[in-house]
Design a protein. Sequence first.
Length: 226
Amino acid sequence: MPSRDARLELYAKSGGYCEFLLCYKHCHEEGTPAGDPPQNTGEIHHIRSASKGGKRYDATYPEHLLDQVGNLMLLCSDHHDIITKQDKAYTVQLQTTWKLHHEARVHRGGAKRIEDLALDLGQLKGRSKGRCAYPRCTTRAWTRDPLPERGTLAWTVLPIELPRSSKKPTCLRYSNLIVLCREHRQEVAQRRGDHPIALLVSWKAALEAAVRESDEYDRNDNYDRD
């Protein structure tokens, strides 16, 4: 069980946001005018299992470090459940990369970074019209306002190239993001080897070209009616 100091350090390093890639759900509720106290809604997740029977237990990892902040992530309840159950997709290496990338962004000025991300996501939504880029998929993947604190982005946006270190914030810029429905996002995330970067880039380009063509057709159609 992580100590109180370890939990406080994790909240500080994460900025109080879920560390699942592109979630950014704020894991804190303010007190209410009725007198209810503030609540921390985040859940503490062990990257490497703390018990020997755990799916991600690593016998080579020092036991005294299992409950330290280097082996912990702050997650919202939805993503804690997902990562716990899908251990093959969410490996120790992937989780560690996400953690380092997230905490480095917070250290460099988290609020400004999240504002920049929101601008890139707005551009992505506009150019894709919220449609899934997977070929022949007709699902409208983006169904809600994509504000970072709402925790909905993980189902609709995927980095084309995963960050290899915490020093690569460009992985979350517009040029490296693709919109996918929940089903196809999960397929691509779990089978990265079958979906190379060039393929994902071509899907994104084809979708955005189709959106531009559709917009041009609508403008011409309205012009003809006038």
